[in-house]
Write a protein that binds this ligand. Structure first.
Ligand code: GUN
Length: 301
């Protein structure tokens, strides 16, 4: 049997670490991290995610501020709200749930978020920081994928990594992270020819295609590690609704390790969001502390 990487347990450990960090900030800096979550419309999957984020945020001791806006909200209104959140010193992280209604240009909205509060890591400044390896906030799902890989891979240098999917949320940023660790990275997508031939060369496969059961056993080299980012709702033979990934786990017996769906990458995304929010709050506390020291020095002079 292939080793299943327990994302739920690894996420729980990270959440415990975040909760400890939150408690430290409260005692040492009198600061409670605040995460604003903005949801436009009522996409059913988005509602599930947003509710889960709210519950987890509170569980680690952070403040959660929710803005639910009607589907008819116009871009200008949404951008005004983001400007207000950018200015609010009690808000350390801002997350705009995607997808946004088609009437709103998502890129223009994401460009408005103050990069130091961009806990999704989608602002062009953070995208640029990731691609130049110069810090910034890293997108949550790719960060979660790397943490799961870290439990089974000790040295990535020289490994062949194949990413299936080229989205801004997963495919592109996870490719950058793998590259940064020394992998030789191939990014494949819907137009890629001979996909299975490419995946067969991989030591690591990260699949974020949104295509149930896409990756078959014979696509995978013996001993490879497969990270399944897919979350697909399908109706099984008994007419029951079920969540499945982008791989056929039952065909991966010869792989070294893979992630289950549910219970693999999914729980890591929210844990990494909390971790990014803590990080943003710490940076904000350090900046204010620095500014205060400078002001004290000025007034003492
Ligand atoms: N929709 C699907 N994944 C994500 C994510 O990571 N962040 C946000 N904001 N929306 C999403």
């Amino acid at each position: 049997m292939v080793k299943l990487i327990d994302g739920k347990a690894i996420a729980a450990k990270l959440e415990t670490r975040v909760a400890r960090g939150v408690a430290e900030l409260a005692t040492q800096q009198r600061l409670v991290p605040g995460l604003a979550v903005v949801l436009v419309g009522a996409d059913p999957a988005s509602l599930v995610y947003v509710n889960r984020k709210l519950v987890k945020t509170k569980a680690v001791g952070m403040r959660s501020i929710e803005h639910r806006l009607p589907a008819e909200t116009c871009e200008t209104e949404l951008i005004s709200l983001i400007h207000a959140l950018n200015q609010d010193a009690d808000i350390h992280g801002i997350l705009v749930q995607l997808p946004l209604p088609r009437t709103i240009n998502a890129n223009r909205v994401l460009d408005t978020i103050e990069p130091t509060k961009d806990v999704d890591g989608f602002h062009p400044v953070n995208v640029g920081r990731l691609s130049t390896g110069t810090g910034g906030l890293t997108p949550c799902t790719p960060l979660g994928c790397m943490m799961l890989l870290d439990t089974v891979v000790s040295d990535f240098r020289g490994m062949q990594a194949v990413v299936i999917g080229m989205s801004n949320i997963v495919g592109k940023p996870v490719a950058m992270l793998l590259l940064e660790r020394g992998c030789t990275v191939t990014v494949t997508h819907i137009l890629t020819r001979n996909l299975s031939e490419i995946t067969r060369t991989a030591d690591i496969v990260v699949v974020a295609a949104g295509s149930p059961g896409l990756v078959r056993g014979d696509w995978i080299k013996p001993g490879a590690v497969v990270i399944d980012v897919g979350i697909n709702r399908v109706i099984d033979a008994d007419g029951k609704s079920q969540l499945v990934g982008d791989t056929r786990t039952e065909e991966l017996g010869h792989a070294a390790a893979t992630t289950p769906v549910p219970g693999g990458v999914g729980p890591m995304t929210i844990a990494c969001l909390l971790s990014n929010t803590l990080e943003a709050a710490r940076v904000s506390a350090a900046m204010h502390h620095g500014a205060k020291v400078a002001a004290d020095m000025t007034s003492a002079a």
